[in-house]
Design a protein around this ligand. Structure first.
Ligand code: ADP
Ligand code: MG
Length: 265
């Protein structure tokens, strides 16, 4: 554990869970997939934000993480860039087969990535960002949220879905109804704005999402294949007690904790 200062950006980054963090200064320093590097350029992102400098290498190295950073610090790209980059090389072997056109068999979406966010607006923003970064890859993102027609969202899922962004209520609904969505292929679970979701009363849904993927993770480890490891990332503006408990319950013991904030705050 230690405190590291990025004087240039007057940001303090507190990293727990490992001796030394090696943040990247430039995106090109990280071992990112060439398609991802091109998509970052297309997005117009020239240099990584402080949270991205720490999160990108930590996620690429396979760590679970709990991260605390202010709104507008670039959290979405901090998890989307390394996750999607890792999947780009392997999407064809990991992803579920696409639906067969004209088939009468029920098609169940089996995403590799699940991102839970508290509101429709946030889920949509994350979805838009994921579309940018999935460009020219085989990965297909989808978004689901409440207060909108679920039939349309189901139709999108039935075209195939590798990256699923959604609000906890609608996600749980689709999982519980069965024959729509399965978590059995999940490699990455991201809980964004975790404190807000807990404040909104979504703790049972979040725990259930994490449990469903976690128990299946246990089954997968039975035919131990290094590639089958699952990563869980949690983002929260505050580290209230319930958040720390959630992290203890669902993150691996050696999770990395990254706090980014203004000096003095
Ligand atoms: P947060 O989730 O932390 O509130 P976002 O991920 O929504 O922040 O990012 C805030 C804004 O900054 C978005 O418009 C995003 O496109 C932009 N952004 C993120 N990373 C970078 C970067 N490295 N360079 C330039 N703009 C960025
Ligand atoms: Mg955000």
């Amino acid at each position: 554990a230690g405190l590291q200062f990025d004087k240039l950006l007057t940001i303090s980054v507190y990293v727990e869970g490992r001796e030394k963090m090696n943040p990247i200064e430039r995106f090109e320093e990280a071992p990112l997939h060439p398609v991802m590097l091109r998509n970052i350029k297309l997005a117009g992102y020239e240099i990584p934000t402080p949270i991205q400098r720490y999160c990108i290498p930590a996620v690429l190295e396979g760590h679970d993480l709990l991260s605390c950073a202010q709104t507008g610090s670039g959290k979405t790209a901090a998890f989307m860039i390394p996750i999607l980059s890792k999947l780009m090389g392997k999407a064809s072997s990991l992803a579920a087969p696409r639906p067969v056109p004209g088939s009468t068999e029920p098609y169940i979406a089996q995403p590799l990535v699940l991102v839970a966010a508290p509101t429709r607006e946030l889920a949509t923003q994350i979805f838009d960002e994921s579309r940018r970064f999935c460009y020219m890859s085989k990965l297909r993102p989808c978004v689901v949220y409440g207060g909108a027609d679920s039939a349309t969202q189901r139709m999108e899922l039935k075209k195939g879905c590798d990256v699923l962004v959604g609000t906890p209520g609608r996600l749980s609904d689709f999982i519980e109804r069965g024959r729509i969505l399965s978590l059995k292929r999940l490699k990455f679970v991201v809980i964004d704005e975790a404190d807000e979701m807990l404040d909104m009363g979504f703790e049972p849904q979040i725990r259930k999402l994490l449990q469903s993927s976690g128990s299946l993770f246990f089954i997968r480890t039975l035919d131990a294949n290094e590639d089958d490891d699952q990563q869980v990332l949690m983002f929260s503006a505050t580290f209230q007690k319930a958040i720390r408990k959630l992290a203890r319950d669902f993150l691996s013991d050696d999770f990395v904790q990254i706090k980014v904030g203004r000096i003095g705050s």
